[in-house]
Structure formats: structure tokens, C-alpha cells
Ligand binder design. Structure first.
Ligand code: FE2
Length: 181
């Protein structure tokens, strides 16, 4: 089940709000310009599913988002707990950073913890199968796939070449929750 937890950004013990209700998650995230949706998921795609198969299963919603937000390209990433570089891959986006592009992820399977930093608050969003999250360009955030990652995600881009992490240099991410899986 997807969950949101909202804290003040300077006090990790001060939980302001938490909910597993998708409309409430959506409303809280909309306040900081983050799109959150739950897409109808069809038949289970197996871990070995080809990207074309994954994309074609969600073509309607992908096309809608591309049209609404002008995304140009789409791809599929898949990571499992037996990946030899899972520790390095986890580390990559664990610190606070921004992108000059939106970060758009749809969870076809598995889970991931997105944490957003906006309006002096920290918003942790545990995304699960069927969740679409779009972090706007320049919004500080971090992402944890956990020590034993397991997910398939569809990614949409304005320009995949421009999608690099600009680290803020802050250690704020170390004070908040990690994903244990
Ligand atoms: Fe990111």
C-alpha cells in the first residue's frame, strides 16, 4: 500500500501527517506541484517482460501524460535483488538532488521510496505497483530502492540526455527514513 509521511524539514521526530489514502496522497503532493496518480494495472507482467510489452500495456496513460506534459521519450527500467551492482545503484540517488527535467516514474511492479523537500517540509512517498509520480524539475528530492531492490518502472523524459542529478550538498537525506526491503 502506498504511504505518505510528512515531516518538518528540521525535525525528523515531528510527523505532521501520514496517510495511505491515495486521494489524500495526491492532494498533499499536488500542493507542491507533484503529480501522483494510480493507474489501472492489468495482468501481471513477469520480471522478464520485454520493454515493448510493458509500454504497450500502459500505452493509453503514457500517451496522455506525454500529451499533457510534453514528454518526448519513454523507457523501462527493471532491477532485482540479485543485481551485482545493487549497492552502487542504490547509492546513486540517495542524497538530496535536483534535475533540470521532471522525474517521472510509473511503478509497474515492486516499490521505491521517493522523498521530496519543499516548503520547509519533507514528504516521504512510498510508491508501489500502480503508482505514477512526477517530481517537477528543480524540486529537491532523493530516491531509495532499498538494500534488496525489486521493481519495474516506466520512465518518461523531456530529454533523457539532460537527465542528470545535481546534488545540493545537503546531508538532510541521512536524517530521514530509508527503505528497508
Ligand atoms: Fe532524482
Amino acid at each position: 500500500m502506498s504511504i505518505i509521511r510528512i515531516y518538518t524539514d528540521h525535525d525528523t521526530t515531528n510527523l505532521l501527517f501520514t496517510s495511505d489514502n491515495s486521494s489524500k496522497i495526491q492532494a498533499r503532493l499536488a500542493e507542491i506541484g507533484v503529480r501522483f496518480e494510480q493507474w489501472q494495472t492489468g495482468s501481471d507482467l513477469s520480471a522478464g517482460a520485454q520493454p515493448e510489452e510493458v509500454i504497450s500495456a500502459y500505452r493509453k496513460d503514457i500517451d496522455r501524460l506525454m500529451q499533457e506534459d510534453g514528454y518526448q521519450t519513454v523507457d523501462v527500467v527493471s532491477l532485482s535483488a540479485d543485481h551485482p551492482q545493487k549497492a552502487e545503484l542504490r547509492q546513486k540517488f540517495l542524497s538530496e538532488h535536483t534535475h533540470s527535467e521532471d522525474e517521472v516514474r510509473f511503478f509497474v511492479a515492486g516499490e521505491g521510496l521517493f522523498t521530496l523537500h519543499a516548503d520547509n517540509k519533507v514528504l516521504e512517498v512510498l510508491c508501489k505497483k500502480g503508482d505514477l509520480i512526477s517530481v517537477p524539475a528543480n524540486t529537491p528530492h532523493w530516491f531509495d530502492m532499498g538494500p534488496n531492490p525489486g521493481f519495474i518502472a516506466i520512465r518518461l523524459f523531456n530529454n533523457p540526455d539532460g537527465w542528470v542529478a545535481n546534488f545540493t550538498g545537503s546531508d538532510i537525506a541521512e536524517r530521514f527514513n530509508r527503505l528497508e526491503n
